[in-house]
Write a protein that binds this ligand. Structure first.
Ligand code: A3P
Length: 293
């Protein structure tokens, strides 16, 4: 395994794809082509932080009084930065979206279209880097476009070096963390959601200016449990199978959905390496993660 040479560090952004894997996986800059709207809800994250979970929560919160749109989450809340044939490309479906638009992004804040924070709302979902690394490893093995065939240790090395798509991890997460007090940004964690789903839903509601009743919160909570989402074909990415995007059958998109799964994967040495890395990278930032509940 030689790493992910073609699609990480999007400092120049542009078009990147990994050759030899059939239809290209293209990451596209939206900076020039996207104009934020004041009612936009942007879900941002480093991959595997719980993006899908937050996309569905925010969508349900924002559409509580409307009929549930029976289209897949990819369509209701598209990922504009990717062109992943044969799925519709984000920017192409932009004109078909109704307002408030819900949009998903994985890049660092400075790589997103300018004005996104000033002119619209941003929900950033973050996850502790140990569980995130494990989840990303399984995802990279499962997804055809990543074509990852290495061991967990190989992936761990790439992750620490920042050489994974949308890496480096710290540049990405800190770009949002630094703006955590901005009135248009909600910084929330995967672990908070796991710890108290109802409270987290209510927080999202307050942020989006939606007053939710206790019953509405309970209703949303029941629709976004791991079991409910993993069996809901509109959100569980099972259509990827039909499109041939899942190469490894050992994992599904909804894998474990736990806090602390890293303990099943990390060697003592890896844990020490990551602890040191976290200490150095998060020094003086005030950012702390939860690694168990
Ligand atoms: P695991 O691989 O640890 O199971 P993303 O959407 O950013 O790609 O994140 C995917 C991760 O979030 C996966 O983690 C997935 O199982 C988890 N996840 C998605 N929906 C969830 C839910 N409703 N409850 C708990 N975890 C969820």
């Amino acid at each position: 395994w030689k790493g992910f040479p073609y699609f990480y560090r999007h400092t120049e952004y542009g078009y990147m794809s990994r050759p030899g894997l059939g239809d290209p996986f293209i990451l596209q800059s939206c900076k020039a082509d996207f104009v934020p709207h004041s009612s936009d809800v942007n879900i941002t994250s480093f991959p595997k932080a719980g993006t899908t979970w937050m996309q569905e929560i925010a969508y349900l919160v924002d559409h509580m009084d409307l009929e549930y749109d029976e289209s897949p989450l990819d369509v209701r809340c598209p990922f504009l930065e990717v062109r992943l044939h044969p799925l519709p490309a984000g920017l192409d479906i932009l004109p078909t979206l109704s307002y408030p638009r819900h949009l998903k992004w994985h890049s660092a804040l400075d790589l997103l279209p300018s004005g996104i924070l000033e002119n619209s709302k941003v929900i950033h979902i973050a996850r502790n880097p140990k569980d995130l690394c494990v989840s990303y490893y399984h995802f990279a093995r499962m997804n055809k476009h990543f074509g990852f065939v290495g061991s967990f240790n190989d992936f761990f090395d790439c992750f620490i070096k920042g050489e994974v798509p949308f890496g480096p991890f710290w540049e990405n997460i800190l770009s949002f963390w630094r703006q955590r007090d901005h009135p248009n940004l909600l910084f929330i964690t995967y672990e908070e959601l796991q710890d108290n789903l109802e409270r987290s839903i209510s927080k999202v509601g307050e942020f989006l200016g939606r007053e939710l009743t206790v019953d509405q919160i309970a209703d949303i909570a029941s629709r976004v449990t791991f079991d409910a989402m993993s069996t809901n074909p509109l959100v569980n990415h099972s259509h990827w199978d039909k499109l041939g995007l899942r190469v490894s059958t050992e994992a599904t998109f909804f894998r474990k959905g736990k806090v602390g799964d890293w303990m099943e994967h990390f060697s003592e040495e890896q844990n020490e390496i990551m602890n040191r890395w976290i200490e150095v990278k998060s020094a003086d930032t005030g950012l702390k993660f939860q690694y168990t509940l």
